[in-house]
Design a binder for this molecule. Sequence first.
Ligand SMILES: Nc1nc2c(c(=O)[nH]1)N[C@@H](CN(C=O)c1ccc(C(=O)N[C@@H](CCC(=O)O)C(=O)O)cc1)CN2
Length: 302
Amino acid sequence: MTQSTPTQSADNATTQPQARLMIGTELAAEMVTKAAVRAEALRERTGVQPCLATVLVGDDPASATYVRMKQNRSKKAGIGSRSVVLPAETTTEELVAELTKLSEDPEVHGILLQHPVPAQIDERAAFEAIAPAKDVDGVTMHAFAAMAFGEPGFRSCTPGGILRLLEAYEVPLSGAHAVVIGRSPILGKPAGMLLLASNATVTYTHSRTKDLADIVRQADIVVAAVGKANFVRGSWLKPGAVVVDAGYNEGNVGDVHFEEATEVASLITPVPGGVGPMTIALLLEQTVDAAEAQTAAGTASV
Ligand SMILES: Nc1nc2c(c(=O)[nH]1)N[C@@H](CN(C=O)c1ccc(C(=O)N[C@@H](CCC(=O)O)C(=O)O)cc1)CN2
């Protein structure tokens, strides 16, 4: 239950209010179950099994773990996977050629290029080699434009997952002041666009922002997507704020100092168990969407 003022406990010590948790795990599991039912129905009706191609470049252990999680959950949902692993020295041209090949393969319905790629690669050029119809991770400019204009299309998976979580917890977005901390192309930027499309008043903040804490203190909704463990402090928050922690730092630590924030916020996502599972659930849901659309268009093959 949400409390807004300090309360007295039985031993007369003052306890601070605790925010209600916005749990992603359960909602994500429901989404995956529904995606699995749809995948099976498509297979029975047409013989097409949705297939997600994952592309991992280099040997970053965290990226390898996330890709494995995506493949394992795909399998559980009856979604096939195609795994492409390329060496750390891969050039932009080689990666673009691989992604173009997957984009043209009628047996592949969705493509995921795991971020980050090694520094010598032009990541934007690589993302743009993914056909928009197969961009189930919502990383192309085509997908970004759809998010910005509030049009249907594939959502960037973490931002799209955040919006689904806010909707499930009935957080009012229209007219709310949302402060997004971070402006990365797959997280902060699209998260702000989706909030804007839901009629929130959005302030983007980033590494050059001055007086960050003062700006965050004005937020009804805070989306932390900075990539720095425990970066957002409880003292930065307006009492009753809704806090979404999109951080996935080493050791499953979020971008928000959870113990401090939970004493001030009304709702907060935990790490782990908040935004992370929603990211993968949306990826699987959008892979099934893509397979259905490509089957209907006659561009998918069995
Ligand atoms: N192409 C992309 N690259 C990356 C994305 C992305 O959405 N598309 N997101 C991040 C990381 N990420 C997926 O790749 C990711 C991170 C964490 C989780 C997650 O579920 N974490 C769990 C905890 C981990 C665990 O269970 O062991 C949680 O928060 O509960 C999912 C996806 C980087 N790159």
